[in-house]
Design a binder for this molecule. Structure first.
Ligand SMILES: [Zn+2]
Length: 170
């Protein structure tokens, strides 16, 4: 933890992904798959705080007041109160989703190895990937590879031309 008065370091760029478009879905997306195994990225309070900071659901000033070794401090007690308060915005977003959201727009990323969800807010409602930078570009690259591979098979199966096409000379 940072010393008092210091802002906690931001979450690494790939630690959390806020691609869900709804806070409760972003919270669900804190579980990811790494090397085929589900991993809870909120494995400790510090990770929860980094996520809360990234998701903008915790008071930045409260984070700055955290002393080093904060777990046994009075600030920790206050922070735990804030953590309880953290549930409120997540629950509110879930309530909004259930009451006003279109459940058909809650989708899972089409990458079979990905377990992220998102609420599709795209204009044409055809979003397929949690993120174009991650799963979308991987899928495009895989599709391109398959097309190239299929093209090579087609080319390999074609008879080679011997001379110019057309009627044979008598
Ligand atoms: Zn994905």
């Amino acid at each position: 933890m940072p010393a008092p008065g210091q802002t906690p370091p931001p979450a690494p760029a790939d630690e959390f992904s806020l691609v869900g478009n709804v806070l409760c879905i972003d919270f669900v997306n804190t579980e990811v798959v790494a090397h085929g195994t589900p991993v809870d990225r909120l494995g400790d309070v510090d990770a929860l705080l980094r996520w809360a900071r990234m998701a903008d659901v915790v008071d930045e000033a409260a984070l700055r007041r955290l002393p080093a070794g904060w777990r046994s401090s009075r600030e920790a007690g206050r922070l735990l109160q804030d953590a309880k308060a953290l549930r409120a915005p997540i629950a509110e977003s879930a309530a909004w989703l259930l009451e006003h959201g279109d459940r058909a727009l809650i989708r899972r990323c089409e990458n079979p190895r990905c377990i992220r969800f998102f609420y599709d807010t795209t204009k044409n409602r055809r979003r397929r990937w949690c993120s174009m930078d991650a799963c979308g570009s991987r899928a495009k690259a895989a599709a391109y590879y398959e097309r190239v591979k299929a093209g090579q098979r087609v080319s390999a199966g074609r008879p080679r031309r011997a001379g110019r096409p057309g009627p044979s000379k008598p």
